[in-house]
Design a protein around this ligand. Structure first.
Ligand code: IPE
Ligand code: IPE
Ligand code: MG
Length: 245
């Protein structure tokens, strides 16, 4: 199925999948049950984006700050992540989806790292859509990382101070080769970035919904996209200067 208005379809959607804990609480369940339910919403979001022709989908699945949650919750999230990746690999291959990851992968438990590497390798040639998972991700950490890499390259004579531009800097981020998000969705009625894609969201359109992540369905995603399509992105210009499509 194609969207009516292909021209203004966001090329890259990023989602802060929030509200699993509160969903569980409302259903008198433990937080982990909320995360389990959240996995179903992930599958629906991936399927929908692939079907309507979104080129990049970035999902904030685990922040660098989330490591400080209670040990049982962190362990359960890592277990669910591993299970999700194992279950979805064939689906990604079948649907021509390429898996990518941003964040500090080295800090993830080795079974998760293993299946991630395998999935990235096996889907590397796919070009239907990029599914980009933010795992152990922090926007500030990513920027500091980029500075370190640039300094290293300078020490090795690979880059000169004069050559550091916004474009060059972007290529040192974890999202090198991924365009900036056009639309960022956050569920659960929170109005903040929580250290997500700080550099990349400079001109992203934001969409907030009270729906909790485990309740997020295709119709909610379509509503977010429809809202995006009604907006005028001016990038600092005045309305008359903006190319209408
Ligand atoms: C989002 O849901 C999932 C992760 C952060 C891993 P939360 O677990 O943050 O749910 P709330 O915000 O406590 O409801
Ligand atoms: C952001 O949600 C991280 C993810 C969705 C993975 P949090 O629930 O961790 O964010 P805060 O703590 O409410 O800002
Ligand atoms: Mg939360």
């Amino acid at each position: 199925m194609r969207m009516e208005n292909q021209r203004t379809l966001p090329r890259h959607i990023a989602i802060i999948m929030d509200g699993n804990g509160r969903w569980a609480e409302r259903h008198a369940l433990g937080r982990i049950a909320g995360h389990k339910r959240g996995a179903k919403s992930v599958k629906i979001a991936v399927k929908t984006c692939r079907e309507i022709g979104i080129q990049y989908l970035t999902l904030y699945a685990f922040s660098v700050e989330n490591w400080s949650r209670p040990r049982e919750e962190v362990d359960a999230l890592m277990g669910l992540l591993e299970k999700y990746l194992r279950a979805e690999l064939q689906e990604m291959i079948k649907n021509n989806i390429r898996l990518m990851v941003i964040g500090d992968i080295e800090t993830l438990p080795s079974p998760v790292r293993k299946i991630l590497t395998e999935s990235m390798d096996k889907t590397a040639g796919n070009n239907g859509m990029v599914l980009n998972l933010a795992l152990s991700y922090g926007g500030r950490d990513e920027i500091v990382d980029a500075v370190r890499k640039i300094m290293q390259d300078r020490e090795n004579g690979k880059i000169d101070l004069r050559h550091i531009t916004k474009e060059v800097f972007s290529r040192y981020l974890h999202t090198a080769n991924i365009p900036d998000p056009d639309l960022l969705i956050r569920t659960s009625g929170e109005y903040r970035l929580s250290n997500f894609l700080l550099w990349q969201t400079a001109y992203t359109e934001f969409y907030f919904t009270d729906v909790l992540w485990p309740d997020f369905r295709r119709k909610h995603l379509m509503a977010a996209i429809a809202d995006y399509q009604r907006r005028e992105r001016r990038f600092g210009l005045i309305s008359n200067q903006v190319q209408k499509d």
